[in-house]
Design a binder for this molecule. Structure first.
Ligand SMILES: CC(=O)SCCNC(=O)CCNC(=O)[C@H](O)C(C)(C)COP(=O)(O)OP(=O)(O)OC[C@H]1O[C@@H](n2cnc3c(N)ncnc32)[C@H](O)[C@@H]1OP(=O)(O)O
Ligand SMILES: O=C([O-])CC(=O)C(=O)O
Length: 375
């Protein structure tokens, strides 16, 4: 057997099961949720409609959507014990760690006792995750205890309202809606696979989501939007960006927000969020960050044939909406929780514990040496 490094090839290209939720890189459009092209959903749908599609299995009619929005609005409140925990977390903590703790603590307070509760538990998580992150952020940064039960119609509007203490503009609510749709679901990505592995042991929903948040946090996955922002904000012009990117490529550094494990030529979400980033750049009169981002995109394609993934233009879009960089990946959580929960439902529906094998590359059979005789 050929010697291989410890670690692995990332299971790239191997099927690890089936799903009815999403196709990635298979059809002409590149990305579909339950058969609907991402371009159509981003243009026509509300995020809550997409959440319904993923979680309940079909698009809602008007009455069903109205009832769902009303339900989500009624689930935004935080239990006192969760507020108390959030107030203990220091301002310097990473918001993804706060999300992880928040989801986990909720599991102590509102435990999923039976899989019959899975729809309600998922709706609660979807409604309350923006409240969790914004309650902590505003308490630790501004010293205020906010009321998280706003009357905003949308999840994105609710998030921005809590963050800034005023309702979101129409443009910002629209961009948040698109962003949440783009991030909602993506087949067997690392965080979703984490959720499914956890679900396959017949564990509870909060454990699946808590584990998934931990996986999404890393810069090779959801954390790339923050890492991209940390990079591009250093550059004052497109020419400076080009010089710096060339240097990074020479030093063989990874450029965050580029490349993908499945897509080979483009990520269909990029053109959509790029369009909205441009609109926001015009709205705020930006003449630096958007041109810098466009130049980085052009140089990466010219030099490496690497394209922007969903994360790259999300960085500038969120920046133009005044969202602090550390909150970029938590927004991803507020969206992807729909995909995670829907995958947990699927896993539970036809479950077998996920337990692959490893090729052993360690030492041959070894003799035990008493501790006093070891080097
Ligand atoms: C929402 C999301 O999670 S999207 C992904 C977000 N993550 C990022 O943006 C992080 C940066 N990108 C990456 O690290 C990778 O492209 C990943 C993790 C997304 C995919 O990883 P892989 O499937 O291993 O990438 P792939 O096999 O296509 O890589 C091929 C080559 O391109 C290089 N490459 C891939 N992405 C990048 C990048 N962003 N910058 C520089 N080089 C890159 C790899 O190092 C590899 O080079 P090598 O053959 O010399 O080792
Ligand atoms: O599919 C992946 O590997 C990563 C990704 O784009 C996502 O999770 O949205």
């Amino acid at each position: 057997m050929a010697e291989q490094p410890i670690g692995g090839a990332g299971l790239r290209g191997q099927s690890a099961g089936s799903t009815a939720l999403c196709t990635v890189g298979q059809t002409g459009s590149g990305l579909t949720y339950r058969g609907f092209d991402i371009e159509v959903l981003a243009e026509k749908a509300r995020f809550e409609e997409v959440a319904y599609l993923l979680l309940k299995g079909k698009l809602p009619n008007q009455a069903e959507l109205d009832a769902y929005i009303t339900k989500l609005k009624g689930l935004r409140g935080l239990p006192q014990a969760l507020k108390t925990v959030l107030e203990q977390i220091p301002a310097g903590a990473h918001p993804m760690d706060v999300m992880r703790t928040g989801a986990s603590m909720l599991g102590n307070l509102e435990t999923e006792e039976s899989f019959d509760q899975q729809q309600d538990v998922s709706d609660r998580l979807l409604a309350v995750l923006p409240s969790i992150i914004c309650y902590w952020y505003r308490f630790s940064h501004d010293g205020v205890r906010i009321d998280t039960e706003t009357d905003d119609e949308s999840v994105g509007g609710h998030f921005l309202h809590l963050l800034r203490d005023e309702p979101a503009s129409e443009l910002h609510a629209r961009v948040m809606n698109v962003s949440l749709i783009l991030y909602a679901e993506h087949e067997f990505n690392a965080s979703t696979f984490t959720a499914r592995v956890c679900a396959s042991t017949l564990s509870d929903m909060h454990s699946c989501v808590t584990g998934a948040i931990g996986s999404l946090r890393g810069p090779l996955h959801g954390g790339a939007n923050e890492a991209a922002m940390a990079m591009i904000e250093n550059w004052q012009s497109a020419d400076e960006a080009e010089r710096e990117i060339m240097g990074k490529l020479e030093r063989r550094e990874k450029i965050m927000g580029f490349g993908h494990a499945v897509y080979r030529e483009s990520d269909p979400r990029n053109a959509i969020i790029k369009h909205w980033s441009k609109r926001l750049a015009e709205d705020v009169g930006d003449s630096v960050l958007y041109p810098v981002s466009e130049r980085v995109e052009a140089v990466m394609w010219r030099e490496k044939k690497l394209f922007c993934n969903a994360d790259f233009f999300h960085a500038s879009a969120y920046y133009f909406m005044d969202v602090p960089t550390k909150l970029f990946t938590p927004i991803f959580v507020c969206s992807r929780v729909t995909g995670w929960c829907a995958h947990v439902f699927e896993q539970r529906e036809n479950n077998r514990i996920i337990r692959p094998s490893a090729d052993y590359v360690g030492p041959e059979k070894s003799e035990w040496v008493p501790i006093e005789q070891r080097d």
